[in-house]
Ligand binder design. Structure first.
Ligand code: ACO
Ligand code: ZN
Length: 226
Protein backbone atom coordinates (compact mmCIF):
# COMPACT_ATOMS: atom_id res chain seq x y z
CA UNK A 1 0.00 0.00 0.00
CA UNK A 2 2.69 2.40 0.99
CA UNK A 3 4.66 1.61 -2.18
CA UNK A 4 1.84 2.40 -4.52
CA UNK A 5 1.15 5.68 -2.74
CA UNK A 6 4.77 6.55 -3.16
CA UNK A 7 4.60 5.81 -6.87
CA UNK A 8 1.70 8.11 -7.35
CA UNK A 9 3.48 10.87 -5.55
CA UNK A 10 6.59 10.41 -7.67
CA UNK A 11 4.60 10.48 -10.87
CA UNK A 12 2.96 13.66 -9.71
CA UNK A 13 6.25 15.30 -9.06
CA UNK A 14 7.58 14.32 -12.46
CA UNK A 15 4.59 15.71 -14.18
CA UNK A 16 4.61 18.92 -12.24
CA UNK A 17 8.37 19.03 -11.66
CA UNK A 18 8.49 22.74 -12.17
CA UNK A 19 11.26 25.04 -11.07
CA UNK A 20 10.81 28.76 -10.64
CA UNK A 21 13.87 30.81 -11.54
CA UNK A 22 14.53 33.20 -8.68
CA UNK A 23 15.90 35.89 -11.02
CA UNK A 24 13.63 35.98 -14.04
CA UNK A 25 10.65 34.31 -12.38
CA UNK A 26 10.05 31.86 -15.22
CA UNK A 27 8.47 28.56 -14.25
CA UNK A 28 9.95 25.71 -16.26
CA UNK A 29 10.79 22.07 -16.04
CA UNK A 30 14.54 21.72 -15.54
CA UNK A 31 14.67 18.19 -16.93
CA UNK A 32 12.98 19.09 -20.19
CA UNK A 33 15.59 20.23 -22.76
CA UNK A 34 13.11 22.34 -24.70
CA UNK A 35 11.97 24.07 -21.50
CA UNK A 36 15.56 24.62 -20.45
CA UNK A 37 16.31 26.23 -23.76
CA UNK A 38 13.24 28.48 -23.52
CA UNK A 39 14.30 29.48 -20.04
CA UNK A 40 17.87 30.29 -21.05
CA UNK A 41 16.55 32.56 -23.78
CA UNK A 42 13.97 34.28 -21.61
CA UNK A 43 16.50 34.67 -18.80
CA UNK A 44 19.02 36.37 -21.08
CA UNK A 45 16.39 38.73 -22.48
CA UNK A 46 15.30 39.56 -18.94
CA UNK A 47 18.87 40.36 -17.87
CA UNK A 48 19.41 42.50 -20.98
CA UNK A 49 16.25 44.44 -20.18
CA UNK A 50 17.33 45.30 -16.66
CA UNK A 51 20.98 45.99 -17.47
CA UNK A 52 21.87 49.67 -17.23
CA UNK A 53 24.81 50.66 -19.41
CA UNK A 54 24.92 54.32 -18.41
CA UNK A 55 23.58 57.35 -20.22
CA UNK A 56 25.36 60.50 -21.29
CA UNK A 57 22.72 62.51 -19.49
CA UNK A 58 20.82 61.01 -16.63
CA UNK A 59 18.34 62.73 -14.34
CA UNK A 60 19.35 61.57 -10.88
CA UNK A 61 16.58 62.35 -8.40
CA UNK A 62 17.92 60.45 -5.38
CA UNK A 63 21.14 58.79 -4.32
CA UNK A 64 21.76 56.09 -1.75
CA UNK A 65 24.69 54.02 -0.60
CA UNK A 66 23.36 51.05 -2.59
CA UNK A 67 22.10 52.80 -5.69
CA UNK A 68 20.36 55.76 -7.25
CA UNK A 69 16.98 56.69 -8.67
CA UNK A 70 16.69 58.09 -12.21
CA UNK A 71 13.67 59.89 -13.58
CA UNK A 72 12.67 59.29 -17.20
CA UNK A 73 10.24 61.66 -18.93
CA UNK A 74 8.33 61.00 -22.16
CA UNK A 75 10.34 63.61 -24.10
CA UNK A 76 13.73 62.18 -23.20
CA UNK A 77 16.01 60.87 -25.97
CA UNK A 78 14.92 57.65 -27.63
CA UNK A 79 17.68 55.52 -26.03
CA UNK A 80 16.42 56.61 -22.62
CA UNK A 81 12.69 56.03 -23.22
CA UNK A 82 13.51 52.73 -24.93
CA UNK A 83 15.11 51.46 -21.72
CA UNK A 84 12.12 52.57 -19.67
CA UNK A 85 9.88 50.72 -22.12
CA UNK A 86 11.97 47.54 -21.97
CA UNK A 87 11.74 47.58 -18.18
CA UNK A 88 8.00 48.23 -18.37
CA UNK A 89 7.60 45.12 -20.52
CA UNK A 90 9.44 43.05 -17.91
CA UNK A 91 7.18 44.47 -15.22
CA UNK A 92 3.95 43.98 -17.20
CA UNK A 93 4.98 40.45 -17.98
CA UNK A 94 5.53 39.70 -14.31
CA UNK A 95 2.30 41.39 -13.25
CA UNK A 96 0.40 39.53 -15.94
CA UNK A 97 -0.67 42.77 -17.64
CA UNK A 98 -1.14 42.38 -21.34
CA UNK A 99 -0.61 45.44 -23.43
CA UNK A 100 -2.05 47.72 -20.83
CA UNK A 101 -1.59 51.21 -22.11
CA UNK A 102 -0.86 54.04 -19.75
CA UNK A 103 -3.82 56.30 -19.22
CA UNK A 104 -1.82 59.42 -20.05
CA UNK A 105 1.45 58.32 -21.68
CA UNK A 106 2.59 61.86 -22.38
CA UNK A 107 2.46 62.72 -18.70
CA UNK A 108 3.78 59.50 -17.24
CA UNK A 109 6.94 59.68 -15.18
CA UNK A 110 9.08 56.59 -14.91
CA UNK A 111 11.41 56.13 -11.95
CA UNK A 112 14.18 53.56 -12.20
CA UNK A 113 16.25 52.38 -9.25
CA UNK A 114 19.77 51.45 -10.43
CA UNK A 115 21.79 49.37 -7.97
CA UNK A 116 25.57 49.25 -7.55
CA UNK A 117 25.79 46.35 -10.02
CA UNK A 118 24.22 48.57 -12.68
CA UNK A 119 20.95 46.70 -12.78
CA UNK A 120 17.53 48.30 -12.86
CA UNK A 121 16.13 46.71 -9.70
CA UNK A 122 13.11 48.94 -9.26
CA UNK A 123 10.56 50.65 -11.47
CA UNK A 124 7.69 52.96 -10.61
CA UNK A 125 5.42 54.52 -13.22
CA UNK A 126 3.46 57.48 -11.89
CA UNK A 127 0.74 59.42 -13.67
CA UNK A 128 -1.25 62.51 -12.76
CA UNK A 129 -4.82 61.70 -11.74
CA UNK A 130 -7.70 63.61 -10.23
CA UNK A 131 -9.54 61.09 -8.17
CA UNK A 132 -9.37 57.54 -6.97
CA UNK A 133 -11.54 54.99 -5.26
CA UNK A 134 -10.33 53.56 -2.01
CA UNK A 135 -9.85 49.80 -1.84
CA UNK A 136 -12.11 48.55 0.90
CA UNK A 137 -10.71 46.45 3.69
CA UNK A 138 -11.86 42.88 3.37
CA UNK A 139 -12.49 40.44 6.20
CA UNK A 140 -9.59 38.06 6.51
CA UNK A 141 -11.43 35.10 5.07
CA UNK A 142 -8.67 34.12 2.69
CA UNK A 143 -6.00 32.96 5.10
CA UNK A 144 -5.86 29.40 3.80
CA UNK A 145 -5.68 30.21 0.14
CA UNK A 146 -2.43 29.91 -1.74
CA UNK A 147 -1.10 33.07 -3.26
CA UNK A 148 -2.13 31.95 -6.77
CA UNK A 149 -5.70 31.22 -5.73
CA UNK A 150 -5.78 34.54 -4.08
CA UNK A 151 -4.50 36.28 -7.20
CA UNK A 152 -7.04 34.51 -9.35
CA UNK A 153 -10.05 35.36 -7.27
CA UNK A 154 -9.17 38.70 -5.87
CA UNK A 155 -7.72 40.60 -8.73
CA UNK A 156 -10.81 42.77 -8.59
CA UNK A 157 -10.72 44.39 -5.20
CA UNK A 158 -13.87 45.80 -3.68
CA UNK A 159 -13.70 49.49 -4.18
CA UNK A 160 -15.60 52.27 -2.55
CA UNK A 161 -17.95 54.17 -4.83
CA UNK A 162 -17.02 57.49 -3.31
CA UNK A 163 -14.22 59.18 -5.24
CA UNK A 164 -11.45 60.75 -3.22
CA UNK A 165 -8.98 63.39 -4.15
CA UNK A 166 -5.65 61.99 -5.31
CA UNK A 167 -2.95 63.61 -7.37
CA UNK A 168 -0.56 60.88 -8.32
CA UNK A 169 -1.53 57.47 -9.60
CA UNK A 170 0.99 54.68 -9.20
CA UNK A 171 0.25 52.63 -12.28
CA UNK A 172 3.17 50.21 -11.82
CA UNK A 173 5.47 49.43 -8.94
CA UNK A 174 7.97 46.62 -9.21
CA UNK A 175 11.18 45.54 -7.53
CA UNK A 176 13.51 42.82 -8.88
CA UNK A 177 12.78 39.60 -6.99
CA UNK A 178 16.30 39.35 -5.56
CA UNK A 179 16.22 42.95 -4.30
CA UNK A 180 12.94 42.91 -2.38
CA UNK A 181 12.47 43.79 1.28
CA UNK A 182 15.39 46.22 1.26
CA UNK A 183 13.26 49.32 1.17
CA UNK A 184 13.68 49.89 -2.57
CA UNK A 185 9.95 50.40 -3.22
CA UNK A 186 9.58 52.63 -0.15
CA UNK A 187 12.50 54.81 -1.17
CA UNK A 188 11.14 55.06 -4.70
CA UNK A 189 7.74 56.26 -3.47
CA UNK A 190 9.37 58.79 -1.13
CA UNK A 191 11.20 60.09 -4.19
CA UNK A 192 8.01 60.18 -6.27
CA UNK A 193 6.34 62.23 -3.54
CA UNK A 194 9.11 64.81 -3.52
CA UNK A 195 9.64 65.09 -7.28
CA UNK A 196 6.35 64.29 -8.99
CA UNK A 197 4.87 67.77 -8.70
CA UNK A 198 7.25 70.63 -8.84
CA UNK A 199 7.57 72.49 -5.57
CA UNK A 200 5.43 70.31 -3.36
CA UNK A 201 5.78 67.21 -1.31
CA UNK A 202 2.82 64.87 -1.80
CA UNK A 203 1.33 63.19 1.22
CA UNK A 204 0.82 59.44 1.24
CA UNK A 205 -2.92 60.06 0.88
CA UNK A 206 -2.33 61.87 -2.38
CA UNK A 207 -0.90 58.71 -3.94
CA UNK A 208 -3.26 56.11 -5.37
CA UNK A 209 -2.30 52.59 -6.39
CA UNK A 210 -4.01 51.17 -9.43
CA UNK A 211 -5.17 47.56 -9.39
CA UNK A 212 -2.87 46.32 -6.64
CA UNK A 213 -1.60 42.73 -6.54
CA UNK A 214 -1.51 40.93 -3.17
CA UNK A 215 2.18 41.91 -2.80
CA UNK A 216 1.31 45.43 -3.83
CA UNK A 217 -1.50 45.62 -1.34
CA UNK A 218 0.65 44.36 1.55
CA UNK A 219 3.33 46.82 0.65
CA UNK A 220 0.95 49.76 0.13
CA UNK A 221 -0.86 49.10 3.42
CA UNK A 222 2.46 49.10 5.26
CA UNK A 223 3.86 52.10 3.40
CA UNK A 224 0.75 54.21 3.79
CA UNK A 225 0.31 53.84 7.50
CA UNK A 226 3.87 54.44 8.52
N1 ACO B 1 4.60 40.73 2.07
C1 ACO B 1 4.38 41.36 3.25
N2 ACO B 1 4.81 42.64 3.51
C2 ACO B 1 5.47 43.28 2.53
C3 ACO B 1 5.73 42.67 1.27
C4 ACO B 1 5.25 41.34 1.06
N3 ACO B 1 5.45 40.68 -0.10
N4 ACO B 1 6.42 43.53 0.51
C5 ACO B 1 6.59 44.64 1.25
N5 ACO B 1 6.01 44.51 2.48
C6 ACO B 1 5.93 45.51 3.57
C7 ACO B 1 6.91 45.15 4.66
O1 ACO B 1 6.37 45.57 5.88
C8 ACO B 1 8.12 45.97 4.29
O2 ACO B 1 8.92 46.32 5.40
P1 ACO B 1 9.95 45.22 6.05
O3 ACO B 1 10.70 44.59 4.90
O4 ACO B 1 10.80 46.05 6.92
O5 ACO B 1 9.06 44.25 6.77
C9 ACO B 1 7.49 47.23 3.74
O6 ACO B 1 6.31 46.80 3.09
C10 ACO B 1 8.41 47.99 2.78
O7 ACO B 1 8.81 47.12 1.73
P2 ACO B 1 9.95 47.49 0.66
O8 ACO B 1 11.21 46.76 0.97
O9 ACO B 1 10.03 48.95 0.50
O10 ACO B 1 9.26 46.85 -0.64
P3 ACO B 1 10.01 46.09 -1.83
O11 ACO B 1 11.15 46.91 -2.30
O12 ACO B 1 10.27 44.69 -1.43
O13 ACO B 1 8.88 46.11 -2.99
C11 ACO B 1 6.90 45.32 -4.10
C12 ACO B 1 7.53 45.72 -2.76
C13 ACO B 1 7.06 46.44 -5.12
C14 ACO B 1 5.40 45.05 -3.92
C15 ACO B 1 7.62 44.03 -4.60
O14 ACO B 1 7.31 42.98 -3.73
C16 ACO B 1 7.27 43.60 -6.00
O15 ACO B 1 7.80 44.11 -6.97
N6 ACO B 1 6.37 42.61 -6.16
C17 ACO B 1 5.99 42.04 -7.45
C18 ACO B 1 5.30 43.04 -8.34
C19 ACO B 1 4.05 43.59 -7.70
O16 ACO B 1 3.19 42.84 -7.25
N7 ACO B 1 3.94 44.91 -7.66
C20 ACO B 1 2.78 45.62 -7.15
C21 ACO B 1 1.81 45.75 -8.24
S1 ACO B 1 0.51 46.85 -7.88
C22 ACO B 1 0.79 48.17 -8.91
O17 ACO B 1 1.67 48.12 -9.72
C23 ACO B 1 -0.04 49.40 -8.76
ZN1 ZN C 1 15.78 32.70 -15.14
Amino acid sequence: KQDSDQLIIDAGQKQFGATTCSSCGMIYSADNPEDNFQHTQFHQRFLDSIKYVGWKKERVVAEFWDGKILLVLPDDPKYVTKKAEDVRHVVDNELGFQQVTLSRPTQAKTYLFINSDRLVVGCVIAEPIRQAYRVLEQPDQNKDMTKDDFMERHRAWCCSTVPEQALCGISRIWVFSLARRQGVASRMLDTVRSTFMYGCYLTKEELAFSDPTPDGKLFATKYCDT
